[in-house]
Design a protein around this ligand. Structure first.
Ligand code: F6P
Length: 319
């Protein structure tokens, strides 16, 4: 193998650039040629491909977003789209790929491997919703961004004795809300993985008000419902001086934390090692602090599980 490609796909995540850098630098270190593919699978099909050298990835490790741009491209699920992508791989002489992204990106990577082009996947998404990895690239930064916002909101919540419902990203997974909830001392955390009862939330708020704490922060994962909706439901049970804040895409940007940069660097380098061993259709993860690989097909049959011990902890520590 002489030449590999790299692309980022799906929602961008802080640390993707650190992963691109690691793949490029490790590959060059091993004597390979590296090609960047812009705009994920859409760019592959369009032939938006360029050769990278050591300096292409210089001054990028600290930057959020992805220098390779990203796109969601459902057309790559079809054989027709895949064959167009393969034409481009042939044209540029790319023999194997590293794909950084979420679930959809892994389906594309598996398709390419089945067509004879080994592709290895790195989990790049803020949501932390990929099975067989304790953490995804971007999650730690996202949690810290939410935490900073929560700390700020608590200042104003305390000053005016208000309750803030803070909606955070996480379409199908409550990890961001959960981790930021524990770290930020949230009075309640509402996630898709756990039942909730608005009346019980109201009773909890009421009893802390009676004890003297008249402000509160509720972390709400967007996959459950919107903050306005939740506030409206809560307002039926009392006057909690409610305000809603939607953090939205703010949480997807920003300079990656040290943890995300290190994780991305480890995973990126490992991906190149796997390709050099002639392996494909593997998803890299980190479990119990060790890099792991799993067949992509196994990932599609599984679902990421949030750490519900953190839910219990958040509940026990907030009353
Ligand atoms: O990257 C994952 C995610 O951030 C989800 O949490 C969110 O629901 C979604 O992306 C938003 O996607 P888009 O940027 O396409 O609106």
């Amino acid at each position: 193998m002489k030449r590999i490609g790299i692309l980022t796909s799906g929602g961008d995540a802080p640390g993707m650039n650190a992963a691109v850098r690691a793949v490029a630098r490790k590959a060059l270190h091993e004597g390979l040629e590296v090609y960047g593919i812009n705009y994920g699978f859409a760019g592959l099909v369009a032939g938006d491909v360029f050769q990278m050298d050591e300096s292409t990835v210089g001054d990028k490790i600290q930057r959020g977003g992805t220098m390779l741009y990203s796109a969601r491209y459902p057309e790559f699920a079809n054989e027709e789209g895949q064959l167009k992508g393969i034409e481009q791989l042939k044209k540029f002489g790319i023999e194997a790929l590293v794909v950084i992204g979420g679930d959809g990106s892994y389906h594309g990577a598996l398709a390419l491997t089945r067509h004879g082009y080994n592709a290895v996947g790195l989990p790049g998404t803020i949501d932390n919703d990929i099975p067989f990895t304790d953490f995804t690239i971007g999650f730690d930064t996202a949690v810290n961004t939410v935490l900073e916002a929560v700390d700020r909101l608590r200042d104003t919540a305390a000053s005016h004795e208000r309750t803030f419902v803070v909606e955070v990203m996480g379409r199908g997974a409550g990890d961001i809300a959960l981790w930021a909830g524990v770290a930020g001392g949230a009075e309640d955390v509402i996630i898709p993985e756990h039942d909730f009862d608005v009346k019980a939330v109201a009773e909890k708020l009421q009893s802390s008000r009676e004890r003297g704490q008249k402000h509160a922060i509720i972390l709400l994962a967007e996959g459950v419902m919107h903050a306005e909706e939740f506030s409206k439901a809560l307002s039926e049970y009392g006057d909690f001086q409610l305000r809603s804040t939607v953090l939205g895409h703010v949480v997807r940007g920003g300079s990656p934390t040290a943890r995300d940069r290190v994780l991305a660097s480890q995973m990126g380098s490992y991906a190149v090692e796997l390709l050099l061993q002639g392996k494909g259709a593997l998803a890299i993860g980190i479990q119990n602090n060790k890099l792991t690989t799993h067949e992509m097909t196994d990932l599609f049959d599984s679902k990421h599980k949030a750490d519900l011990s953190l839910y219990t902890l958040a509940d026990e520590l907030s009353f």
